[in-house]
Each structure stands twice: as C-alpha cells, then as structure tokens.
Design a protein around this ligand. Sequence first.
Ligand code: C5P
Length: 318
Amino acid sequence: MHSYSLIAPAKINLYLEILGDRADGYHELVMLLQSISLADRLELRANGRQAFRIHCDSPQMPPQEQNLAYKAAQVMSQQFPDSFHQFGGVDITIEKHIPVSAGLAGGSTNAAAVLVGLNLMWELGLTQPELQEIAAQLGSDIPFCISGGTAIATGRGECLDPINSPDWLWVVLAKYRSLEISTPWAYNTYRQQFGDTYLTDADSIQSRASRVHSSPLVEAIVGQNGAQIGQQLYNDLEKVVLPEHPKIARLKGALQRSGVLGTLMSGSGSTVFALCDSQAQAERIKQELTDDLTDPDLGLWVAQLCSNGIHVGAVAKK
Ligand code: C5P
C-alpha cells in the first residue's frame, strides 16, 4: 500500500464576528478564514495492525487519545469498518511547525490531513463535501482546513463560501509560547459579557450573515486592495482576550506601530498577526521585534497567505 506525506496549512481569521447562540451550545459566527504557508507535515503509513498510532516531535501535543488527528482516524474507522478491516491501521507521524493552542487551527488541520489521507489510503473515493461533512463532527474549523484558501464561514464555522485568495500578502505571526488560551473559555466569557447583544431570531442571524458577502473586507479582497484589507480586520474575541492578557495587547500595539497594513488576534489567540504587503517587509518586522522585545518566550514566524488546503506532498510505495 502507498504511504502519503500530506501538507497541512495553518489558518488565520481575517474576520470573526459572534452573532448569537445556537441550540447546540455553540455560537453563530461570521468569519473570514485564510490559509497560510506555515504548515505541519503528516506522514501516514500502513502499520498492519487494527489500530492507529500517533508519533509527534512536539512535547506540547496532547496525549494520543485527546489528539484530534487520532480522533479523526477513529471516526473514519467507525464510519468505514470494512475498509479499516481490509487495509488496517495507520502510523501517523506529525512534523509540527504550527504552534500549539495558538488560534491557528494546528490541531484541526492535522485532523483534516488524516481524513484526506485515509480517504486516499483506503481508496474510499469520498468527495471533498463528503469529507467535510465528516470533518464537521470533529470540530468547527476542520471542514475549512480541508479545502483551505480564503472562505466566508458561517453557522458554526462549517458553512463555507470560497473567494479568491489575497495570496500576494504576507504575515508576521507573533505568539508568547507559554501563553495558551482556552477556546471554550474565550467564547464563554464573551457570552457572559456580551450575551445581551446577541441576535436571537433566525431571520436576523441569516440576514446579518449574508451581509458579509458585500462587506468592505470582502470587497477589498476581491479588489486586491491590501491597505483596505488591513483596515477591515476584525475579531470580536479580542474584546475578552486582550483585557485579560495585556501582554498580547502590547504585542499587538508593537506590531501596529511598525507600519504594517493591519494587525489582529487570530481566533481565540494567543497569536496576533501583522499583515504585510511583501515578504521583505514581514522579514524586516520580524527582525525589529526580535531586537526590540528580546524575550526568549516570544515566537515569531513569517508566512504567506495561500490558496490551498490539505495537499499531498509525496506518495511512496511500500
Ligand atoms: O468546534 P471546536 O471544537 O473547534 O470548538 C471549540 C470551542 O469553541 C467549543 O467548545 C465552543 O466553546 C467554542 N465555539 C463556539 N461556537 C463556535 C465554534 C466554537 O462557541 N461556532
């Protein structure tokens, strides 16, 4: 059987607005999701057993059973027991480049790669929408990670409408490595503080969500206007995370003062990113921050906005 090496890009949020509560306990969201070139690499290799094993070089990864990549493999074996029986389990080796608990969908994109990889290895022939339906059971960001690029995301985040990627833009990502923010904490705190502003009827939510298609941000992306994109970046979760973690707010301020197109916290943080109009600008800002902040806990990465989700890096025959 073939073994597959898959590239799993991280994502950033160019926009995240919380509209209201859902009956399933999640939030109704409007987001603009964007893949970036910072990516993990996953190797999937048949192991001749009736089990999955995860190997990872990062000590920060959760234990196997809590790992989203493992959960994705388990779901596939439950949904396709005959194929699991026929082809057997898989050893999944994750080469980690995306920081963990960073608001960059690192765990989600690993799970997405496992779904795509098992579809190939077990010759299931599932279409992308079919894979995304399975992905939505595992996490709100995972359907997007499969297709990647740039997409308007509504509902829980799983209803996707792709648009052209502003892939000429670059980002500097900045994250204090020891600072991890729990996503449920961020959403629950937002509900406590801003729940009284939530839209409550389905029609208002629907019409608010559909307005994003003609929003200034989407128009700026379609019109390839980098300055306008930078000005329209927005994330509701900043309202709860930044006051709780002034360190992140100061980091965002330092990035903003460096003359970039715009800055934003991604997802529930703790990564903040600065949008840049060239690789040279991004590299210069990364160097300036390294020199000015001299904090060994601060991680900085340069990445390009990109138009692809999970893709095969290499195929090898056993
Ligand atoms: O779907 P996922 O497991 O990635 O979500 C993590 C957490 O983020 C959820 O447990 C929930 O607290 C919050 N969330 C939410 N509404 C969404 C997506 C996520 O409240 N649409």
